[in-house]
Design a binder for this molecule. Sequence first.
Ligand code: PMP
Length: 308
Amino acid sequence: MEAPTHLWHNGRIKAWADATVHVGAHALHYGSSVFEGVRVYATPDGPRYFRLEEHTERLFHSARVYDLSMPYDAATINRACREVIVANGLTSAYVRPIVFRSGFTFSLAPSLDTAVDVAVIALPWGAYHGADAIEKGVDVCVSSWNRAAPNTYPSGAKAGGNYLNSQLIAREAVNGGYAEGIALGTDGLLSEGAGENLFVVRKGVIHTPPAASSILCGITRDTVLTLARERGYDVVEQSLPREMLYFADEVFMTGTAAEVTAVRSVDRKPVGSGHPGPITRQLQQDFFGLFDGRTEDRWGWLTPVEEV
Ligand code: PMP
């Protein structure tokens, strides 16, 4: 991954090389960071942020869970998101705001005035699972690693430390020749991918694990649920056993990075025909249609970068 030339750090645009952090930073030792991933799409009307307000809101909610005192308000974070796009001359991008305890202390209950840094990084990033993934689907496995149990590391907060679990899931999958791993909760029921929410289609009904299944309730998940209901599909948020993956007609995953990616096999067993199915295709078309004008944005999800 090539580093961008500029980023936003603690109130201003800086050259990449100038945004440094001390090795004593609390976040480095204890994972005390929260972050977001949000995309800018090049639409026929110009670059548009996708659901930036909701991403910024989730960033603040995540910070609240860990008592990270946000040094900036939401409007400033959003403005930083605009500035970083302009500074790097980008028309489409993956944008990563991050908030972390940068001050030095070994305390596990650091005082609330311990320094907190905020940075926003933006870079061009195409399909997360590679150019073919959206078209053909990906091969995944069920991970031997579970998602964190409820009331341990809260999955609903997008904290850096949670991604140790995601790294175990993703590494194991890649080492085994798969694109991604799908994890079960500690109850043995389906949870989510290392960085994506999970959908299973059977007999025309779209199923996805509920908020209480150790998932990050994705903004793309919500987008797809909205688009699916709009199309008149039956959509059910309910707990799902692992075997649903093996007799599903279609499986797909959603995320800001992964967008809407079909799953063509699970544990080397083909899903349905082994090709992306019709409902996945329809929802992909509706999702990507938001950015090329084929799907009307009736929800106000797109914001011109210059108006952020
Ligand atoms: N689950 C996890 C663990 C993730 O990291 C992500 C990516 N942020 C998602 C789900 C999908 O969330 P969103 O659609 O908001 O990007």
